[in-house]
Ligand binder design. Sequence first.
Ligand code: ADP
Length: 408
Amino acid sequence: MITSKTLLKIRQNWISEVSNQLAPAEQLRQYLLEQLTKFFDLLGQAIDLRDPDILDPILSDWVKTRTETELENPEGSLMPVLSQIQIITFEAVMRNLDQIESAEIILALLPIFTHTMEFASTEETRLHVHHITGELEKTRTILEKLEKSKSDFISVAAHELKTPLTLIEGYVSMLRDTLPDDTTRKNLADIYLKGVNAGTRRLREIVDDMIDVSMIDNNLLSLNFQPLWLNHLLESIQRELEETIQQRNMSLCIKRFPGSDEMIFADGERLFQALRNVIMNGIKYTPDGGQVSIDGRILPGFIEITVSDTGIGIDPEDHSRIFEKFGRLGNVSLHSSGKTKFKGGGPGLGLPITKGIIDAHGGAIWVESSGYDEHKYPGSTFHIMLPLRKTPPDDKTAKLFKSLIESN
Ligand code: ADP
């Protein structure tokens, strides 16, 4: 039976040849000599014990000593080194031993080298995965910090803006009450005050949106479930937007769809806000003369509402981005400044709030559009899935509902 004694005959030769080929630089060779001697002796032990696992610790060390930069570089793999060692070993065996010994020792070494490659390759993959997971974790932490500071900024800015805004609103109202009796000057001052009022109203809407976004971010949005009918809700939105629709020469078509006239439990105020945002966007991103239509259907456990427009459309790669905070698309400086005008983009908080409200109801929202095109106007369709709640979702609402029915 072949033993390490046969292998020992090529020891000196093997060590100098492998070290010369693997490390042409003198300094490196010194370090390598130690490691190679150890590896060679372990090869011998593996032959004697018929156990290639004995090489695992040294292979593990070799894989581990490789730096992170080497890990990112596929050329830094240990595989070519091990296969070079194998070739040099077999050549040295054939050069220095007779034919029978050569054949026997190569037969004994083959499974050992196969094992070293398999083991080193598994170790490398494990380290790679470990390294990549670590990198992903670092990126995730950075993104989380960024998201947190964005959210903190919104919350602080909203609250800081709210106080001076309330002051301005109060003084404008006092000013109006103390206008001089002289009609010409009063009329003029009235016009100016209306301008200030319009500005503060818009600012109030933005501050309110910022507060809503920060509530959603911090899971503080609480819903007030009440019985409601979607067709009534949609009619109220239509009434509110009537003037804008007329100004833009557009049409808003609300179809009667299955489920729209059924009583469901939802937060009416928040749902109004969510649906108005989507319908308002349909108006904003559709040119004058276009159409926004609302339809829907009942699905098992849900009501699906669709809001379609004949507007500029949205590129598929932006379909999820628009639901993120400040997810405005295109060149923001080219957005029209009017809130209801064509492309009158806002701060990009409407859809994140809408999504937050729908999510809080246990529903889902997504958009379908073949792409953005300001010449062909492919349009967009927003889908809103709302749980079909026929009973109050909690005890508090149930009690309130019961007392309401009883008092009627
Ligand atoms: P904004 O206040 O800018 O309207 P939203 O959060 O409501 O913010 O919408 C985010 C972005 O999504 C918009 O700036 C716009 O680019 C795009 N968008 C939303 N709705 C539509 C639509 N119906 N058609 C085309 N683009 C839309």
